[in-house]
Design a protein around this ligand. Structure first.
Ligand SMILES: C[S@@+](CC[C@H](N)C(=O)[O-])C[C@H]1O[C@@H](n2cnc3c(N)ncnc32)[C@H](O)[C@@H]1O
Length: 222
């Protein structure tokens, strides 16, 4: 892959970088698939909330990467000992198979474009060793009236955008993927889902949403 600039919405250098992120990491799900000796990439790490959490759980080789400079600066200010890196281009600087596990928490929702989602997963598949684990947490397409209204409102403004895309009053642009589409996206990029959990997560603006977590293994046959 030639150097491609990561398409990061301006929100993540502004109001988005002041938020508190909320998807909870399930230590049991992680431990069932990823040993503490694993080399872990926290992709779209924000201010390093989960990079730090993994350290507390005994994972000693964890690197966080995010395309927002403001987010990485905040993370290093709050926790200077974390290995957090600003990375605004793909490919990542890592060799093929450099990691045993990748966290992808609430990141695809910030990447509304199909092609950009595909490029992200293709790159994560490259840096994850065959058999390695991708732990994804997402808010999938919701069915409640508030969310349906904003999906429909966005369709009227941008009829060619995928259904489930919406904006927030503070300037964010997001997309909720149907759960089946998320599973298909993983499958298309060489990941086999090993385990799934559902639950709820507080949203960035204080609501509660259904949340889907998947532990997927990179297939050895590519
Ligand atoms: C909701 S935050 C989640 C941060 C972190 N994963 C957590 O759960 O604490 C989403 C993060 O994705 C990053 N992001 C936005 N667009 C991205 C892209 N195209 N590729 C990778 N990360 C992106 C943002 O800068 C932000 O830090």
């Amino acid at each position: 892959m030639a150097g491609v600039r990561v398409d990061v919405h301006g929100f993540w250098e502004a109001d988005g970088a002041t938020k508190t992120f909320t998807h909870s990491l399930d230590p049991d799900l992680l431990a069932a698939h990823v040993p503490p000796t694993a080399r872990v990439l926290d992709y779209g790490c924000g201010y390093g909330r989960l990079t730090a959490r993994l350290g507390e759980l005994g994972y000693s080789h964890v690197v966080g990467v995010d395309p927002s400079r403001t987010m990485i600066e905040r993370g290093l200010r709050e926790n200077p000992r974390l290995a957090l890196h600003h990375q605004r281009e793909l490919p990542l600087p890592d060799r093929d198979g450099a990691y045993d596990a990748v966290l992808l928490f609430a990141v695809l929702t910030c990447v509304p474009d199909d092609a950009a989602q595909g490029a992200t997963l293709a790159e994560l598949a490259r840096v994850l060793r065959p058999g390695g684990v991708l732990y994804v947490s997402e808010v999938p397409l919701q069915r409640d009236a508030r969310n349906v209204a904003r999906y429909e409102q966005h369709q009227q403004i941008a009829p060619h955008s995928p259904y489930g895309t919406f904006t927030t009053e503070d300037g964010g642009l997001f997309r909720h993927l149907p759960a089946d589409r998320l599973r298909a996206l993983l499958d298309d990029h060489g990941f086999a889902v090993a385990e799934e959990r559902t639950g709820t997560a507080p949203t960035l603006n204080g609501h509660v949403a259904e949340c889907l977590q998947l532990a997927a293994r990179r297939r050895t046959e590519g």
